[in-house]
Write a protein that binds this ligand. Structure first.
Ligand code: 3PY
Ligand code: MG
Length: 253
């Protein structure tokens, strides 16, 4: 089942967040009971080589792969889809024109300007002929625009209405920096929770997917009540730390 169909179901999907430039690590995350794995090329240490190898490892574990591109790297968004990623998260989408440029890279004409060449995607998604991939790609791939500044919040309705944008992805850390005018970073700030709820509601009303990065797994059920359908559970080092803490506690009695 495609990531898009899973998102339409009435349950919260959880993605692992791969920052370590290793296909083995990405594959290991995919074999955990996450719904999907996101390969982070904005702040993660992945190169294109490790990211594309990771997509194969994630796919081999039977899971869909998501890529987060660096700011403004819409060329990489098209390339990620060609390499078999099903969804792309674009950071710092702060205006309708940012959203339009991202959507153009993600969708084939007539919606956008994506150029043809999904060779690896066709190998991985073996049920597709070139023709059927072309016909279904615009509706099956997901373009998720990150809302993580005051400017993005001000432009939210326009971003949500942009043709080719399938949903939004909230970055609470950057949002907290922008919301405090640079006074600090506090993704779990109380004041921010109303803003996060408002973004989830507006996405829901616009019929678009809402996703968010969760610093604390305990926040995920609350985000679900706000209309969010996809949450990232911190990063791979955080998962190792949490697992090590549990194992060491047991070992030391
Ligand atoms: C943020 O919280 O700003 C993010 O981009 C999450 O990765
Ligand atoms: Mg961010």
């Amino acid at each position: 089942m495609q990531l898009r169909d899973k998102l339409d179901q009435d349950r919260m999907l959880i993605t692992a967040w791969s920052t370590s430039p290793s296909e083995e690590m990405a594959g290991a995350l995919a074999r955990c009971p996450f719904d999907t794995v996101t390969v982070d090329m904005q702040h993660g240490a992945h190169t294109e080589t490790t990211a594309f190898a990771s997509a194969k490892a994630i796919f081999a574990a039977g899971k869909p792969a998501i890529m987060r591109i660096p700011v403004g790297r819409n060329d990489l968004a098209s390339r990620a889809l060609d390499m078999g990623f099903e969804a792309v998260i674009a950071p710092m989408i702060n205006s309708v024109s940012d959203a339009e440029a991202f959507a153009a890279a993600m969708k084939y004409p007539p919606v956008g300007e994506r150029s043809w060449g999904p060779m690896r995607a066709l190998q991985l998604h073996s049920g597709h002929s070139p023709e059927s991939y072309f016909r279904s790609a615009n509706s099956e791939t997901l373009a998720l625009a990150m809302i993580e500044t005051r400017a993005a919040f001000a432009a939210l309705d326009g971003i949500l209405a942009t043709d080719g944008i399938d949903g939004i992805f909230v970055g609470p850390s950057d949002l907290s920096i922008s919301w405090s005018d640079g006074a600090g970073v506090d993704p779990q700030n109380e004041e921010l929770q109303d803003v996060i709820a408002e973004i989830g509601n507006r996405a829901h009303r616009a019929g678009k997917a809402a996703a968010i990065f969760a610093v604390d797994p305990a926040d995920v059920p609350r985000f679900g009540k706000m209309g969010y359908r996809l949450a990232a559970l911190n990063t791979d080092p955080a998962i190792i730390h949490a697992g090590a803490a549990v194992m060491l506690d047991k070992a030391r009695g």
